[in-house]
Design a protein around this ligand. Sequence first.
Ligand code: SF4
Length: 469
Amino acid sequence: MELLLNKEEKYIFIETFGCQMNENDSERILGILKRLNYKPTDEPYKADMVILNTCSIRDKAEQKIYSALGRLKKLKTYKPDLIIGVGGCVAQQEGEKLLRRAPHLDIVFGTHNIHHLPDLISKVKLNKSRSALTEFSDFIEEESFAYTYEKDYAKNLSQRVKAFVTVMRGCDNFCSYCIVPYVRGREMSRKSNDILQEVERLAEAGIKEITLVGQNVNSYGNKEEDISFAELLRAVCRADGIERIRFITSHPKDMSEDLIELFGEEKKLCRYIHLPVQSGSNTILKRMSRGYTREDYIGKVYKLKRFYPDIGITTDIIVGFPGETQSDFLETMNLIQEMEYDNIFSFKYSPRPETKAAAFADQIAEQIKEERLAILQETQRDITMRNNQKMLGKVVDILVEGRSKTTEGAYDNTINQLMGRTSCSKIVNISGGNAYLGKIVPVRIEKISANSLMGIMVKNREERINICC
Ligand code: SF4
């Protein structure tokens, strides 16, 4: 351990793939490594340790990890002392196989093993020993969430406005296409008191927006007989200093009436929901083992719209699931038109190891999947543009999050192009200075594009005539 505790400053480069859970896990990894004197860097060439925090939800995501490992092999030739680690879902799925496949790799740590990183690093440094740890644990290692206690965490956050807070992990649903239950384990929730304390720490550090994350947040607390997810959200809404609250991901079958009604009650709860439908065909939903019908899903969306007709809704869609006929696909097309989603995250089905659907005999040809995906995405682009057009001329409140992408990387630290988000999660770019970071400001939408909106700040709040969200 001596080597780990010396005062010499070292650098860690983390590349995060995949979802918000992984982003939050990377924060925890950084928190642990900071205690070992590692400072984050954006430059892999400067790093003493590189960690790939991986995703295996689709074959394409998994292949990206192997390409990244290939690039790191060259880097290690120039820097033989570089420590390379792979964490996350691919690490969990492949375990020791990864060490055999990549001899330049030092550490493989599964999704429940982040807190073991100091030991794994110590083994590399002291014994030059490479290891893989992928055991599932039957508890949530709360100490790995303590990164928000770090003294410099608040300082690092001075430029940040929002943070993710993990509320649960794993999934018990076993949708027939999904690898998550195999690589993240069964559902396990953190204690509500621990979550609320973390939210308080984040609020004290200046965070304005919290997103509660979990694979299936609607099942929060069920097994542990803790408070329900709706009750947890209500408690988070009470936190002083936090102005906006979001959550992800919600399973349509588990979305309770209480949760829907909360949208009508809690002002801090953003008027936005990501509600993955996956398919518009009841036949395919059944084969996916999703546990709801198209009609159930539509019914829940209309209930949400009863509170806020303009609520922002996004979804996930898989095209080319085994057995998907043209008529099934047309039902999905018809659904996206009816739901008028603000955006969809759409993918071609790709078989994942261990899942039920990978063994289905009626796999769809790649070309058909590609054609269906292109048609779906083009149609959604039109829907998104139509939704954005409805915003023209309206005055909306945005929470200013940081520099707009167009000015990222500029040397001048006078921020003159900022980006913020409406409550319904539309990105709006505006002109303004540093002082607006972390503030909620009213802006009038002046221009639109498919991906974002451009607005100008309204000086007088009285001008907020058409507030949509
Ligand atoms: S609900 Fe289904 S798709 Fe979502 S993580 Fe669980 S198994 Fe995967």
